[in-house]
Design a protein around this ligand. Structure first.
Ligand code: PLP
Length: 353
């Protein structure tokens, strides 16, 4: 395989002179900061946020580096993984010329982000078992194909993509392979983060929004080779991770024990909930899940979805999505929320015998 990152970077990005912030030009020890036009008097709140945050997020990255056992220079932080997705497009895909491959049914943002950036989309649907269709994938690649997006465990299907298939793509595609591991903490499958040195074309996305319980903070991570991270760093807005997020994430990263406890509880409830769904009369299939949600194929999915809404319970209706016909995606809730859901579904069966 001949992988050449320089051939993948958009010419304007390769030439780009990145914005140099006040905090870039001086980052040593000083007592008086009069370089960034902040309000030196303070903030109208108990906590002071009058200073710009660290554009390189050094403290957070050093903590993530220890937990993930990789150097901090292989880490990029985004305002949610959604920002990482957008930045990957903007670094590597020339609008109106390049294309990417996505494998639906999958996470919707790859397509939205491609459309926003006017980047072509080639869809290679997953097979019936929700695994990669390697034959059609290979056929879809052309000289302008820059990225293959793989979501594993996949949203909304919940399964992990076979590791050997992903390795096959990584070994044979000269563009970038992005593996979105938003749900990896709930999976038996190993992360690809440890394989960065083997694959110069690999970008792994993870997020604080799911297992870490911090969706409201907006913090996503991209792991990749140092040259890829350097390109992404030049394209990102300088202060994309705000001060509050950096502080709270730094604290949260010290509580990995709590996170692991929550993951265990959620996985146990996922398995228990799957058992209960299987006993329900019109449930046709409960797809095996390695995530914090389950996909359930059920007769009258849309009607049940609407009935549950009247009970104040919202599921994700995927019944119109190809390969997910008549499917509802159900996030694992608290014990009490799961019970409310099951009770409401029993009520539906009672009303619709
Ligand atoms: C939820 C989710 C994300 C998370 O995005 P954030 O912007 O980090 O909240 C990313 N990818 C997939 C597949 C998801 O389901």
């Amino acid at each position: 395989m001949s992988f050449d990152l320089n051939k993948l970077i958009r010419p304007n990005i390769a030439k780009l002179e990145a914005y140099s912030s006040a905090r870039d030009e001086f980052s040593g020890d000083a007592k008086v900061f009069l370089d960034a036009n902040e309000n030196s008097l303070g903030s109208p709140s108990l906590k002071w946020y009058n200073r710009y945050p660290d554009p390189h997020q050094k403290i957070v990255k050093d903590k993530i580096a220890v937990i993930k056992r990789i150097p901090a220079e292989n880490i990029f932080l985004g305002n949610g993984s959604d920002e990482c997705i957008d930045i990957v497009f903007r670094c590597f895909c020339e609008p109106g010329k390049d294309n990417v491959i996505i494998c639906p049914p999958t996470y919707g943002m790859y397509e939205v982000s491609a459309n926003i950036n006017n980047v072509g989309i080639k869809k290679v649907p997953l097979l019936n078992d929700f695994q990669l269709d390697l034959v059609h994938l290979e056929n879809a690649i052309d000289t302008n194909t820059k990225i293959i997006w793989i979501c594993s465990p996949n949203n909304p299907t919940g399964n992990s993509i076979n590791r050997v298939d992903i390795e096959m793509v990584l070994n044979n595609f000269n563009g970038l392979v992005v593996i979105d591991e938003a749900y990896i903490n709930f999976a038996k499958q190993k992360t690809f983060v440890q394989e960065l040195s083997d694959y110069p074309n690999l970008i792994v996305l993870q997020t604080f929004s799911k297992a870490w319980g911090l969706a409201g903070l907006r913090l996503g991570t991209a792991f990749a080779s140092t040259p890829i991270i350097k390109v992404m760093d030049r394209v990102k807005p300088p202060y994309n991770i705000n001060q509050a997020t950096q502080e709270i994430a730094t604290k949260a990263l010290e509580e990995i024990g709590q996170v692991n406890d929550m993951i265990k509880i959620i996985v146990d409830m996922r398995e228990a909930l799957a058992e209960v769904f299987l006993t329900m009369p019109t449930v046709e299939k409960v797809y095996p899940s390695e995530a914090n949600f389950i996909l359930v194929k059920i007769k009258d999915a849309r009607k049940i979805y609407e009935f549950l809404l009247t009970k104040g319970i919202v599921l994700r209706d995927r019944s119109n999505v190809a390969l997910c016909e008549n499917c509802l995606r159900i996030t694992i809730g608290t014990e009490q929320e799961n019970t409310l859901l099951i009770d409401a579904m029993q009520e539906w069966y009672h009303l619709n015998p």
